[in-house]
Design a protein around this ligand. Structure first.
Ligand code: URP
Ligand code: ZN
Ligand code: ZN
Length: 463
């Protein structure tokens, strides 16, 4: 199967230029002007951008959590991703008690087998840090192809600071990266008790129970662990201005703290928790939505380079039957998380580029090129000869109104309902094969279930 994309504007993380792209099999084989390579399919991309497929490095497919499961599995989640221009997913793989990291990886690979429609990789989450598990980190980095490790500073399955230090030491030696969910659990536990005693249990109090300072403190502490070990960390789903300042402060002192944020923390704020009819539950996620001031600070952080990656934290639970049942009378029981994989690229372009908040090149960097570099995806993340032909032919003028019924995520709502979008994928390719296309009203999935492959990633090489 070969494809020739003619007349588009190729966008990289550092520039843009008009050129044709020829892909044969899995790979990009040629880029140039007036290419005339014979191809099975020729696409007229006049007026379109040719982008590297987006990479979502923060998803929770089929994850058991808070008494239920994140609803998208590897099939529905990657179909939704493909329809949004996401051609690689790096999913969290939560180690169970007694499991080795390899067992956790094999377990999740078996869930993905025959189901994924785009390529995927895994970040093992260390939840049972036995000495032999810490010792296994070297193999995970060098042999298993999973050089990034998630740890939580909150939830029942959090690790303590001593474990964080041990992991930082091991990852420093072999080229790994520790990813941290940074919130101070004791502050949150205390506020949960205070709020419960006062009978404040509506969704809005979820935000009150997890203040910016809880994120700020945890990031500051994690950064100190990095300083003492000389290692590196990556803060996931950074949400607050205060947290960003701690990231920046560490970076200004030469400490290797990297961070991602997500569209919800750039675009939505805590007023959402006040929506009537329990609708605020739709936005119950951790960390919670913050203020408009934090939204603006995070856009600045993207432009300054203090934030390197835009991810989704895709973790969908139905509003009807899950969000509204489990925690009707108590925000602490509402499953934490929201859907997002399908709306990543359209929101980055429409709210970021089209509204003049970030450049097109910066968008490509934070949704693809930088993400590939951060997570060792050496064949992904750029429109370049030799890379995988994961491509999005993107129409910057196509209008779309986000609505749940026109999306593919296996969940009954989107937090971005009604958002007017400018710019949508026209055609999406995963390793040279068409997986999704615009049908005039919405995206259609046209790929092959099971074609996605597990991608072994390379150790961290610096950023
Ligand atoms: O609320 C969230 N973010 N749910 C998913 C799990 C996590 O903490 O990332
Ligand atoms: Zn988290
Ligand atoms: Zn998450």
């Amino acid at each position: 199967m070969s494809v020739l994309i003619k007349g588009g504007l190729i966008v990289t993380s550092t520039g843009r230029y008009p050129a044709d792209v020829f892909a044969d099999g899995d790979k990009i084989k040629a880029i140039g002007t007036d290419l005339d390579n014979p191809a099975d399919e020729v696409i007229d991309a006049t007026g379109m951008y040719v982008l590297p497929g987006a990479i979502d490095p923060h998803t929770h497919l089929s994850m058991p959590f808070m008494g239920t499961y994140a609803q998208d599995d590897y099939q529905t989640g990657t179909i939704a991703g493909a329809c949004g221009g996401v051609t690689t997913v790096v999913d969290f793989d939560l180690q169970q008690k007694g499991e080795s990291l390899l067992e956790a990886i094999e377990r999740k690979k078996s869930w993905a087998e025959g189901k994924t429609v785009v390529d995927y990789s895994l970040h093992p989450a260390v939840m049972d840090p036995r000495p032999e598990v810490i010792a296994e980190v070297k193999k995970a980095i060098l042999d298993y192809g999973t050089p990034s490790f998630k740890i939580f500073m909150v939830y029942d399955f959090r690790v303590d600071d001593a474990t964080m230090i041990k992991l930082l030491e091991e990852t420093k030696k072999y080229g790994g990266l520790v990813q941290v969910h940074a919130e101070n659990v004791h502050m949150i536990d205390h506020l949960n008790e205070v709020l419960a005693a006062e009978g404040k249990l509506e969704p809005y109090y979820h935000a009150v129970s997890r203040p910016n300072i809880a994120e700020e403190e945890a990031i500051a502490r994690a950064a100190k662990m990095v300083e003492i070990t000389g290692s590196r960390i990556y803060i996931v789903h950074l949400s607050s201005k205060e947290g960003l300042f701690k990231v920046k402060e560490a970076r200004d002192h030469g400490i290797d703290v990297y961070a991602e944020t997500c569209p919800q923390y750039l675009l939505l704020d805590e007023e959402r928790y006040k929506e009537p009819d329990f609708n605020g539950a739709k936005y119950v996620m951790s960390p919670p939505l913050r203020t408009k001031e934090s939204n603006e600070a995070l856009w600045t952080g993207i432009n300054s380079g203090d934030l390197q990656v835009l991810a989704t934290d895709h973790c969908p639970f139905d509003f009807n039957g899950k969000k509204d049942m489990f925690g009707k009378d108590d925000y602490r029981k509402i499953p934490n998380g929201a859907p997002g994989i399908e709306t990543l690229l359209m929101l980055a372009h429409s709210e970021g580029v089209a509204k003049g908040r970030i450049s097109l090149e910066r968008m490509v960097d934070i949704v693809s090129t930088g993400t590939a570099r951060m997570f060792g995806l050496k064949d992904k993340g750029a429109v370049q000869v030799g890379k995988d032909a994961d491509l999005v032919v993107f129409d910057p003028n196509q209008k779309f109104t986000i609505t749940q019924s026109k999306l593919h995520m296996n969940v009954d709502y989107t937090p971005f309902e009604g958002t007017e979008i400018t710019g949508m994928p026209s055609v999406v390719f995963s390793r040279g094969k068409r997986v999704a296309q615009w049908n005039g009203e919405q995206m259609d999935f046209v790929g092959e279930v099971g074609r996605g492959r597990f991608v072994k990633r390379e150790p961290f090489e610096g950023f």
